[in-house]
Design a protein around this ligand. Structure first.
Ligand code: GDP
Length: 444
């Protein structure tokens, strides 16, 4: 899967990674090629557009870490954007409901619904030790019911016996009832497909849904149909509601347009991918793993991640030293706040300094939450260089200007200055005596 895309992206990005310096024009040219490669891979235009915009924005805005070549940085940015486009985290089938949990499989004829139903059943009975019942609701094609029965036999999973003349809705009800009586954990309803979406199909699906109250409605779509699969997902979701997607025939899909567009276009997670005809050819869809597979540059990605961690640690250590020496102006505070924001909130450097572990609790108690960092940073960035280096010169008129520039108030600026003064004093004291106790009063 993804072979052709992998080859294209590989050669574009390889051209960048070896170079010592990259101009904006180099990056722009590479991104044009990435754009073309994605479009040729049949990724939806809107998805490609937003992907390229985000990569460009980050490529321009990110400072290149030392020890990393600019091209490697671009690879990492592309990688992260791919992961984000694919949905960040893997989303497994959700069985968190009262038994029997009903999984309703929907999709067009030939998409791989029956095969996938059996693959899921096999996985649930095997690895997860669930008791599963499968039922075919395809009354139009008796061969479909027989196919599911045979697969059930092969993987040793129970199938609901066929009762001639029952409607799909009746079968669905009977399946849920049988599962309840038989103590099954999961019921898989394999609904009938059509060659294309039509009104009777949608009505039937909606009726089955009302009759069986499924916990998951999984749309099975053939990845080889590319953007048709994406449109199909959108249609099914609008009419029946879909909780997740299964893309089949990924083993034959060198382009990957459906897999890459699905999440971004429909907002629904791809939960599983089918990678062959055999019963165990089913994989969970992990965005990071898929992105690694597409780029085939896992080494570079982890190299950049490591470098970023090192830089953060180095910066934090330098800052801690500066703080302890007592030289701590508003530029430093801004950096500290930025760092905190980056590290996901309170913590960061505070944790590295002896006696300061408690400081973050006190800051939180004083209403200094993570949301405030943004406002404080805005205040500091509205100051002049001289003001940041020497906050004592901040008198009324300057404060008014800064408040207007940052969309805050003089009161907020005062609060920030007070906090800074408290911190600076405390650091000086700590640098001198190495003790933090009792200093926190100066903070707010
Ligand atoms: P349904 O009509 O939607 O129930 O489709 P089926 O389950 O009968 O599948 C149709 C054909 O596609 C069968 O020959 C399956 O073996 C094949 N198939 C299903 N999933 C995959 C897959 O992930 N990869 C490959 N190569 N073939 C698949």
């Amino acid at each position: 899967m993804f072979e052709s895309l992998q080859e294209r992206l590989g050669s574009i990005l390889n051209g960048l990674t070896g170079r010592g310096a990259l101009s904006q024009a180099d990056v722009a040219a590479a991104l044009r090629e990435v754009r073309r490669a994605l479009l040729e891979a049949d990724v939806a235009l809107e998805v490609v557009r937003s992907f390229i915009d985000k990569v460009r924005e980050k490529a321009v805005g990110t400072e290149v870490l030392k020890s990393i070549k600019p091209g490697q940085m671009v690879v990492k940015i592309v990688h992260d954007e791919l992961v984000s486009m694919l949905g960040e985290e893997g989303v497994p089938i959700d069985l968190n409901a009262a038994a029997p949990v009903v999984l309703m499989m929907v999709g067009l004829q030939g998409s791989g619904k029956t095969t996938t139903s059996a693959k899921i059943a096999k996985r649930l009975t095997g690895r997860q030790g669930k008791k599963v019942l499968m039922a075919s609701l395809d009354t139009r094609r008796p061969a479909a019911q027989e196919q599911l029965r045979q697969l059930g036999e092969q993987i040793q999973v129970a199938t609901l016996p066929v009762v001639a003349g029952q409607s799909p809705v009746e079968i669905a009800r009977r399946a849920v009832q049988a599962a309840r009586l038989g103590g099954h954990d999961v019921v898989i309803l394999d609904t009938a497909g059509r060659t294309h979406i039509d009104e009777p199909l949608m009505v039937e699906m909606a009726e089955i849904r009302s009759a069986s109250n499924p916990h998951e409605i999984l749309l099975v779509a053939d990845s080889l149909t590319g953007q048709d699969a994406v449109n199909l997902a959108r249609n099914f979701d609008e009419r029946v509601g879909v909780t997740g997607l299964v893309l089949t025939r990924m083993d034959g899909d060198g382009r990957g347009g459906a897999a890459l567009s699905m999440r971004a276009v429909t907002g629904k997670p791809i939960k599983l991918i089918g990678t062959g005809e055999k019963m165990d050819a089913l994989e969970e869809f992990y965005p990071k793993r898929i992105a690694d597979r597409i780029l085939g540059m896992g080494d570079i990605v982890s190299l950049v991640e490591k470098a970023a961690e090192t830089i953060d640690a180095e910066k934090a250590a330098a800052m801690a030293k500066k703080m302890q020496s007592g030289k701590f102006d508003l530029n430093d505070l801004a950096e500290q706040l930025g760092q905190m924001q980056k590290m996901g909130g309170m913590g960061g450097i505070m944790g590295m300094m002896p006696g300061m572990g408690k400081m973050k609790d006190q800051m939180a108690a004083a209403g200094l939450d993570d949301k405030m960092f943004g406002r404080q940073l805005a205040i500091i960035s509205s100051m002049t260089k001289a003001e940041r280096a020497n906050p004592d010169i901040l008198k009324h008129s300057r404060k008014k200007r800064i408040a207007a520039g940052s969309g805050t108030s003089s009161a907020e600026i005062n609060k920030l200055l007070k906090m800074h003064r408290g911190m600076a004093d405390m650091m000086k004291a700590m640098g001198g005596k190495g003790k933090g106790g009792g200093m926190m009063r100066g903070l707010m």
